[in-house]
Structures are given as C-alpha cells and as structure tokens.
Design a protein around this ligand. Structure first.
Ligand SMILES: [Zn+2]
Length: 55
C-alpha cells in the first residue's frame, strides 16, 4: 500500500481518521504533518492490518 498523498510513493504506514472526509492511509512524514490538524486521529496501520479485530 502506498501513501495516498499526491506525488508521494512512500509506503503507507498510518491510517488517518478524518472527521470531515474519507480516511487516508499515508506515510510517516505525511502522518506527522496531517496529524497535527484538530480532529484527525492517526492510527498505526502496519502491513496486513488488523481488520479482523474491527474497531
Ligand atoms: Zn506520503
């Protein structure tokens, strides 16, 4: 999985939960920048994920 930010091809390692939009999976640098915005929750999302655990 790759970072969803335009022009970025790093591996996505964090899922961002964005209250006003779709969730995004982004690389660590983008997670740091985007995660500073109020309301965004950053969720570590290692390859393979833990989707069976639900949330
Ligand atoms: Zn990125």
């Amino acid at each position: 999985m790759e970072c969803t930010e335009e022009g970025c091809d790093r591996a996505a390692v964090v899922e961002l939960h964005i209250p006003w939009g779709d969730n995004r999976t982004v690389c660590a640098p983008h997670a740091r920048v985007l995660g500073r915005q109020d309301g965004i929750v950053a969720d570590p999302n290692p390859d393979g994920g833990d989707e069976l655990l639900g949330d």
